[in-house]
Design a protein around this ligand. Structure first.
Ligand SMILES: [Cu+2]
Length: 112
């Protein structure tokens, strides 16, 4: 590798590092599913998370109308397919639920 080639390579690496540093923090994502054979359950919801912004992709395979509410934010109601909800979680205990079935489909996430 010539000196010139090496300088270009180092420059490119520095530019890449700067680009990564300058990127805004992306929301972390989780996929939560209501299975076809367990139509009133949320599978895949984490029990603990660090404070921050998260996008939950809710996959409803049940054919029953549900939504996913995490704290104050919720997906629309739907019976098949998937929708997302993005929410910023602060330290504490955050409740999640399906609004029409809040007595059955519910839980909490401990946010640290
Ligand atoms: Cu429901």
């Amino acid at each position: 590798m010539s000196i010139r080639t090496r300088a270009v390579a180092v420059g490119a690496a520095t530019a890449a590092a700067l680009a990564i540093t300058a990127m805004p923090a992306l929301a972390k994502t989780y996929t939560v599913t209501t299975p076809e054979n367990s139509p009133f359950a949320f599978v895949g919801m984490p029990k603990t998370l660090k404070a921050g912004t998260y996008t939950f992709t809710y996959v409803n395979k049940s054919g029953t109308v549900h939504n996913l509410r995490v704290g104050t934010k919720a997906t629309a109601l739907f019976s098949k397919g998937s929708k997302t909800v993005t929410v910023t979680l602060k330290k504490g205990t955050v409740k999640y639920q399906c609004d029409p079935h809040a007595t059955m489909m519910k839980g909490t996430i401990k946010v640290t």
